[in-house]
Design a protein around this ligand. Structure first.
Ligand code: UN1
Length: 519
């Protein structure tokens, strides 16, 4: 990895295989806006330069993908699958460079960078298998009267894929390869904070054999995303990010439906206000280990992260003491060091928002700070300009006082009485989010009861509540947390396709039917 860390990368839009550096405005060529990407833990370290697309280029990218649709959907499923498997191989061959990009551009720790690339590879291989499984031949059958029917999965058309910075390779790749596996063409717009790794990933996909017409790549922020989702020739949008942005996209697609009479498929995976419920039969050391990993791993920048640790009153004091001890041992600092547990948050806006929340909680009479881990002394970072937020645990008296999702290393702790368990589950449901839930209890009936009453997409029992594994734990939520289907599960690629039922008459049955008709 070291040999790559001193490198600088660049990214610009790619339309039909051409890197775009300027766009024509009123007939005159104009250079695209250029942005310097700096490492989140030390702003003197430059990761590279990104040129942002604009609304006009966004529309060109969509038109190019729409024009490429018939050629890509004609490629047999086995060939599409082979290209995706080749992408996985190329990601593995370029592990070191991808890891360096995860670290310098997104500020990820070593372990998170390793996991990130592995998940991207898993998505490529799993969705390649899905392309073959959903291929028409697997769905042929003959009914009792001799008629042959088949269910045929067909491509839908062009999909816009808008991915987040917190999983800059895994979710970015997962969205794209799912759409490509389905035979759809793609316009990919990664989060502007992590354009460099996305650009490198796109290059590896082309190298693996993804045709340049099938994958268009655009950089940029909200303006570009807005132009993409307002296009009137889209078949779908796959989005991972905030609930507010998902609501805006949904609105834009609905407005578009009124104009064109067609509603694109919309798949959104958004935020969470995830709780872990711990009763008095749980194993305290295990609980604290799992809660700390779930709340502070990836600097809390996972939609699956644990935000509220709900502890039964009888064991609360003991658990809080263990939590304080465990948090004191976390290593917060330079993500390049193998020992680091918690790296920086993505940028200054994120840092300011999180620190404002901590200040608000300090001023809140019903809340109190239980623990805050300092920066590790051995960690060489330029603190002034770096974007670290110290891991913080805050005791609260109610869920309401937290006020929504805070996307970083902040864990709220809430005591509850055993007799109020249902009220607690209802209060968690009342946040409107339904992504992950941790349950720590050794009483099976309690676990089942909580599982049945909770409105949530992924439940984790007596373990941590992050790190869903492709094809083993399909991931996704309900309510404000997303539309489904679950990523990495058996319904995802199918949702990106249209299922058409075809009934074919055999010679014998068509003769019988003709007789019937004559009679
Ligand atoms: C996200 O944080 O945007 O299970 C979703 C997990 C990850 C979550 C991804 N797959 O922790």
């Amino acid at each position: 990895i070291d040999s790559h860390l001193t490198k600088t990368w660049s990214a610009s839009p790619i339309i039909n295989g051409q890197a775009i550096h300027d766009s024509s405005v009123d007939g005159k060529a104009q250079k695209l806006d250029s942005h310097t990407v700096r490492a989140p833990w030390n702003h003197e370290v430059i990761a590279g330069d990104v040129q942002y697309a604009n609304a006009d280029l966004a529309r060109q990218a969509i038109d190019a993908a729409v024009a490429g649709q018939s050629a890509w959907q004609a490629v047999p499923a086995a060939k599409r699958a082979a290209i995706l498997r080749k992408t996985a191989d190329l990601y593995e061959e370029n592990y070191a460079e991808l890891m360096a990009l995860c670290q310098v551009e997104a500020g990820k720790t070593m372990q998170d960078s390793i996991d990130e690339i592995k998940e991207a590879v898993d998505f490529c291989r799993f969705y390649a298998d899905e392309a073959e499984r959903l291929d028409a031949k697997a769905h042929e059958f003959t009914d009792l009267s001799g008629k042959q029917s088949r269910q045929v999965y067909k491509a839908r058309g062009t999909f816009v894929c808008i991915s987040p910075w917190n999983f800059p390779l895994a979710i970015y790749t997962g969205q794209i390869v799912a759409a490509l596996a389905a035979g759809n063409t793609v316009v990919a717009k990664p989060a502007e904070q992590t354009s460099l790794i996305a650009h490198f990933g796109a290059q590896l996909m082309y190298q693996a054999g993804v045709p340049v017409e099938a994958l268009q790549f655009v950089t940029g922020a909200g303006e570009v995303g807005g132009a993409l989702t307002a296009a009137d020739n889209l078949s779908g949008v796959i989005f991972t990010g905030s609930t507010q942005t998902a609501q805006r996209i949904n609105q834009s697609l609905n407005d578009h439906a009124q104009a064109s009479g067609e509603l694109p498929v919309f798949i959104a995976e958004t935020g969470g206000q995830n709780a872990m419920i711990v009763d008095s039969t749980a194993l305290p050391e295990q609980v604290v280990r799992d809660a700390v990993l779930s709340a502070f791993g990836s600097a809390g920048q996972r939609c699956s992260a644990c935000r509220i640790l709900c502890v039964q009153e009888e064991v609360a004091d003991e658990l809080i003491e263990l939590l304080q001890g465990n948090m004191a041992e976390l290593v917060v600092g330079n993500p390049l060091y193998a020992a680091t547990d918690v790296g920086p948050v993505i940028d200054n806006d994120a840092k300011q928002g999180l620190e404002a929340h901590i200040e608000r909680m300090v001023a809140e009479p019903t809340a109190s700070i239980l623990a805050q881990t300092p920066m590790s002394a051995s960690s060489v970072v330029s603190q002034e300009q770096s974007t670290f937020v110290l891991p913080t645990a805050i005791e609260v008296k109610s869920i309401d006082v937290i006020g929504g999702e805070h996307f970083g290393p902040i864990l709220h702790v809430l005591r509850y009485q055993a007799r109020d368990l249902n009220k607690l589950i209802d209060a968690i449901n009342a946040t409107g989010f339904g992504l992950t839930l941790g349950i720590h209890s050794r009483i099976e009936n309690i676990v089942e009861h909580i599982e049945r009453r909770a409105f949530v997409g992924n439940t984790y029992v007596n373990r941590n509540q992050i790190g869903a594994v492709v094809n083993v734990q399909p991931f996704g939520g309900c309510g404000l947390s997303g539309t489904g289907p679950k990523a990495g599960g058996p319904h995802y690629v199918a949702r990106l396709m249209q299922l058409s039922s075809e009934s074919v008459a055999t010679e014998q049955t068509s003769a019988t039917e003709q007789n019937t008709a004559t009679n």
